[in-house]
Design a protein around this ligand. Structure first.
Ligand SMILES: NC(=O)c1ccc[n+]([C@@H]2O[C@H](COP(=O)([O-])OP(=O)(O)OC[C@H]3O[C@@H](n4cnc5c(N)ncnc54)[C@H](O)[C@@H]3O)[C@@H](O)[C@H]2O)c1
Ligand SMILES: O=C(O)[C@H](O)[C@@H](O)[C@H](O)[C@H](O)CO
Length: 256
């Protein structure tokens, strides 16, 4: 197990209070990492801190505000971090809007969070990695394939183009930045999760879940903790010669 150890390594998890982000924090902490969690939702941040401190003791995690749509806020967040070994970007902007109703303002807002935000964050975080390190960006299967509109019942909007275009950009940014930072000992990879609907979505849209389930090879949705192993792997020495890759965590969705 020692090659997966994160002992003595500090990781900033942006979006670490989220549905997929919190289990990543738990997984990294279990491997001995020191955690800085940043999010724009102060209530979620406080809840995540409480969960992690209940498991690991008071003061075991630091929290910071960040708005991925605001460059000054991103830079201020990095300024408050000690030297880093790892960065996780687990936020997303999405219009959640039907194609015909999508405005250019909605589109720009998503791009600002997903594309500009990830670029600004990663460039600043690299400066905080004097001894090298690793970054993992959350992309999506919808950065590689498009959603099938037939999967979306009623007036539920299909996963929108601003989101998918941003995720494709995030995957490509991982490759570009891996090239740029490779000789400085900083690895950059992305993971591309498939369907990980929270319980509220499962309860509200059973037909949608039936449709998505059919499109996975494994015949089930992803469980909340099932992206954490990929992230721990890509931040740890277990992946020391892996960079510029996008790892699907999608139950086989994109392999059909
Ligand atoms: N859940 C899925 O099915 C799924 C599938 C594929 C990819 N993803 C990706 O995984 C990542 C995590 O998704 P999730 O399901 O945990 O979503 P989530 O909404 O539960 O978590 C995202 C977190 O980011 C925070 N956040 C959102 N916008 C922000 C901003 N502008 N600045 C700072 N923080 C912000 C939110 O407060 C939240 O805590 C996202 O990048 C998402 O696109 C999710
Ligand atoms: O790429 C993504 O973000 C995911 O595939 C989601 O859009 C799922 O469809 C959703 O988790 C179901 O609720």
């Amino acid at each position: 197990m020692s090659m997966f150890s994160m002992s003595g390594k500090t990781v900033l998890i942006v979006g670490g209070a989220g549905y997929l982000g919190l289990p990543v924090c738990e997984g990294l902490r279990a491997q001995g990492a020191s955690l800085y969690i940043a999010d724009h939702h102060s209530g979620r941040l406080a809840d995540a801190k409480a969960v992690l401190e209940a498991q690991n003791g008071e003061g075991s995690v630091q929290t910071l505000p960040i708005d991925m749509g605001d460059e000054a806020s991103i830079l201020a967040c990095i300024d408050q971090c000690p030297p880093l070994h790892g960065l996780v970007m687990a936020t997303a902007g999405s219009s959640n809007t039907h194609f015909d109703q999508l405005t250019s303002e909605d589109y720009d807002r998503s791009n600002r969070i997903n594309l500009t935000g990830t670029f600004v964050l990663a460039r600043a975080a690299a400066k905080a990695m004097p001894d090298g390190g690793a970054m993992v960006f959350y992309s999506s299967m919808y950065g590689t394939v498009a959603p099938d509109p037939a999967n979306y019942p009623g007036d539920m909007p299909p996963n929108p183009v601003d989101y998918g275009a941003g995720k494709a950009g995030i995957s490509q940014m991982a490759r570009y930045m891996a090239g740029h930072f490779g000789r400085r000992g900083i690895r950059v990879n992305a993971i591309a999760p498939g369907p990980f609907p929270p319980q509220a979505v499962r309860d509200a849209h059973p037909d949608f879940i039936t449709n998505l389930t059919r499109d996975t090879m494994m015949g089930r949705m992803g469980k909340r903790h099932e992206t954490a192993g990929a992230v721990v792997f890509l931040l740890s020495d277990a992946s020391s010669y892996i960079t510029g890759q996008v790892l699907g965590v999608d139950g086989g969705w994109t392999a059909w």
